[in-house]
Design a protein around this ligand. Structure first.
Ligand code: ATP
Length: 241
């Protein structure tokens, strides 16, 4: 059971107009893992997540989720099946309360009781969101907005969470807090694909890692091996903080 593949990309090519950003990326994520996708600025990490979650359609190659070919399934249908993307930059909605932002994450649910149960779970994980639930989301700090973005994703009860740079712009103490939450979610059964520029942070938690460079996977291996690999540390990655 441990080695069950829940999400995979097989030689995906992705383009923005005439620019080819991914040149045949393959990766697998197994049930229960935290997998890190690392690489410098512009390497193609966000593009890979967008292609996995259907925001971009691969021009060739295949994306599979829970054994099904989802390469051409539109993004809005995937949260129903348990694949949820937390994009870079948080994308919370100002002018709406924290609670309303969370409600947007449960558009897959018709059932109010279940929605309430999930919101209580989110509030238990992020007590600050419970305290600020009726306040405008744009008044939250950067760290709180990141928590709201993750909380909103949890409202869809993800099986697999695609997290795009949750540490971006956060102070070290907050990065630690967010990563502890990522670890807790993983222990509660959520499989995680984590994009990070900060390889030190990501590899501390990752079971397995991939390194992207200019739209290609150039290295992969268990997190503990990559963490001690000078090539990873020196050649490919930024290691701020
Ligand atoms: P970052 O950490 O800076 O977000 P990244 O590894 O996530 O970097 P991507 O954002 O996936 O990299 O970008 C991969 C390549 O695709 C880059 O060359 C980038 O300039 C290009 N790219 C990304 N988004 C677009 C877009 N909307 N239109 C055109 N080119 C894009």
């Amino acid at each position: 059971m441990d080695s069950e593949i829940v999400l995979s990309a097989d030689r995906i090519v992705a383009r923005y107009g005439s620019i080819e950003a991914l040149h045949g990326v393959s990766l697998t994520v197994k049930k229960g893992q935290i997998v890190a996708l690392l690489g410098a600025n512009g390497a193609g990490k966000s593009t890979t997540l967008r292609t996995l979650s259907g925001l971009l359609t691969a021009s060739s190659g295949t994306v599979r989720f829970l054994g099904e070919d989802i390469t051409r399934v539109p993004a809005h249908r995937l949260p129903h099946s348990g694949l949820v993307h937390v994009p870079e930059g948080r994308r919370i909605f100002g002018g709406m309360t924290v609670k309303e932002n969370l409600d947007l994450g449960s558009f897959t649910l018709a059932n109010d009781v279940e929605r309430r149960r999930r919101m209580d779970h989110v509030f238990e994980i992020f007590p600050i969101l419970a305290r600020r639930q009726n306040g405008d989301a744009s008044n939250l700090s950067g760290g709180e907005q990141q928590m709201l973005a993750i909380g909103r994703a949890l409202m869809a009860s993800p099986k697999v969470l695609l997290l795009d740079e949750p540490s971006m712009g956060l102070a070290p103490q907050l990065i630690k807090e967010v990563m502890n939450i990522v670890q807790r979610l993983n222990r509660e059964g959520v499989t995680i694909l984590l994009v990070e520029q900060n390889s030190k942070v990501a590899l501390k938690f990752a079971d397995y890692g991939y390194v992207l460079e200019a739209g290609r996977i150039v290295l992969e291996g268990p997190g503990s091996v990559l963490a001690n690999d000078d090539a990873v540390i020196g050649a490919y990655l930024g290691n701020a903080a």
